[in-house]
Design a protein around this ligand. Structure first.
Ligand SMILES: C[S@@+](CC[C@H](N)C(=O)[O-])C[C@H]1O[C@@H](n2cnc3c(N)ncnc32)[C@H](O)[C@@H]1O
Length: 383
């Protein structure tokens, strides 16, 4: 299908329809006898996804896979970040998918091996890598089969498991993924001293540390404060008491925040009523669970044990989150019809209930924060 979809007249038709309504386009007859409208629409969808998610693929000759593979693929931004400190001679990706991670992660390696069980998907990757002038060994097989017969060693092995369709409502466990890292971790340790695995941010970090051996570091990676992935580094000689957790908010001004997982266990928070500034940690820090350490490391006071808001009379330059200058307000002083960015944390009303009660709406330049201190309910307004 690659060759047919790439003929100039089909490509012109695809580009001319980038802004067309795809539902109505699907109902039309394809103008090309050898290519269905479904295939054409898939390419349009791929280009549209690529504009935001992987702009490096907006090149003549690139072919896009079905939606599921586009969704499962990492974004260019996160893949570029992951590639920063990875180098060596031999690189193995056991779950190539659409190959976005592989493309960036393997750029500082001379021998690249890509394993993928989905044959048409791997064919698409192989075609695209020719266009991108990148070389690799493309192995269309099940990774379990590959691991059984493989005798080679690799400097870095990368695994980005796919979520299985079943077990949707349960707690997120490694058993819900393909491959199941628990089953292959022994084999991975035999073929490489460094495995990097991308996992869903829904997975609990303490659980990961308790079930996976030799974790040296877990990076919590967000893109503009939306947590996208956990990146788990497994290294042959890593010790359980020395697991580093790094909180990284890409495409933001937030400083990275790194700590030793054990540190949080002994850290202690101090509490206070609101001072001049309110500190709101970003979502990577909230995911890390380092609630006491944030108080201790940045010398900030917490408002309440269950509210992860902090306060201080000084402004810190390297805080991983937002800092707002605040006043305490009385509910009577909230002007009806006003526009605010509403935050409700550890407060009995949801933002929607708050909007109804005070007849206010979303937006504007100010924040209204509904929360609790150790003395009780409180409303804060940013200046
Ligand atoms: C989440 S996607 C990988 C996306 C990729 N990192 C990217 O950036 O495009 C996971 C891929 O692993 C493949 N996969 C899952 N289990 C596998 C197995 N046991 N053997 C080989 N491939 C497998 C799936 O077919 C899927 O394409």
């Amino acid at each position: 299908m690659e060759k047919k979809i790439l003929t100039p007249e089909v490509q012109i038709f695809i580009d001319a329809n980038l802004h067309s309504d795809l539902h109505s386009l699907l109902l039309k007859k394809s103008p090309f006898p050898e290519i269905s409208m479904h295939e054409i629409v898939q390419q349009i969808k791929g280009k549209k996804v690529a504009q935001k998610k992987f702009p490096f693929l907006l090149k003549e000759g690139i072919v896009f896979p079905p939606n599921l593979n586009l969704e499962q693929a990492s974004s260019q931004s996160t893949a570029e970040y992951k590639a920063k400190n990875v180098e060596g001679k031999t690189f193995l990706d056991l779950t190539t998918g659409f190959g976005i991670d592989a493309y960036f992660l393997s750029q500082n390696f001379t021998e690249v091996t890509l394993v993928e069980q989905n044959s048409p998907l791997l064919e698409t990757v192989k075609h695209n890598w020719t266009i991108l002038e990148r070389k690799a060994a493309f192995l269309n097989e099940n990774l379990e089969e590959f691991l059984k017969k493989n005798t080679a060693k690799f400097d870095v092995v990368y695994v980005d498991p796919a979520r299985r369709d079943d077990n949707k409502n349960k707690k997120f466990l490694l058993e819900d993924l393909s491959p199941n890292l628990l089953e292959i971790q022994g084999q991975l340790a035999e073929i490489s001293s460094q495995t990097i695995s991308k996992l869903s941010p829904l997975i609990d970090i303490s659980y990961l540390i308790s079930v996976l051996k030799n974790i040296s570091k877990i990076e919590i990676i967000a893109l503009r404060n939306e947590v996208k992935e956990l990146l788990v580094y497994i290294e042959g000689d890593a010790k359980l008491h020395d697991v580093k957790i790094s909180c990284i908010n890409l495409e933001s001004d937030d400083a990275d925040f790194t700590f030793n997982f054990q540190e949080e266990k002994t850290a202690v928070s101090l509490f206070s009523e609101p001072k001049q500034f309110l500190y709101i940690p970003n979502n990577t820090v909230l995911k890390s669970g380092a609630f006491n350490l944030v108080s201790e490391k940045f010398s900030l006071k917490k408002l309440h044990p269950n509210t992860h808001f902090y306060t201080s009379d000084v402004v810190l330059n390297h805080f991983p989150g937002r800092i707002l200058k605040i006043d305490t307000v009385d509910s009577k002083d909230i002007s009806k019809g006003g526009k605010y960015n509403i935050i409700s944390k550890n407060y009995p009303l949801t933002p929607d209930q708050i909007k109804k009660k005070y007849k206010i709406s979303d937006g504007g330049d100010f924040y209204l924060i509904f929360t609790q201190t150790q003395k009780g309910k409180i409303i804060l307004k940013s200046q």
